[in-house]
Design a protein around this ligand. Structure first.
Ligand code: FES
Length: 69
């Protein structure tokens, strides 16, 4: 499984030290779907039903399989 992500950001995400409270984990989005970057907002749940070997695009809540890649 893979996903094509359209990202309009042109710079890095800045994470301030106060964003890392001692003893509390912080989850950084690795799926590319979070609406609250760089933090994970749970949007990755949409990826759980992706099938291995296929590529997907996401537009809002709509997921499409990409063919012909
Ligand atoms: S890893 Fe991307 S929203 Fe959780």
């Amino acid at each position: 499984m893979a996903r094509l992500i359209r990202n309009e950001h042109t710079g890095p995400y800045r994470i301030e030290p106060e964003d890392f409270p001692v003893g509390k984990p912080m989850f950084i989005c690795a799926c590319g779907l979070s609406k609250n970057m760089p933090r994970c907002d749970g949007s990755h749940k949409a990826c759980k039903s992706e099938e291995s070997g296929k590529v997907y695009t996401y537009e809002g809540d709509d997921r499409k399989e990409v063919t012909g890649i």
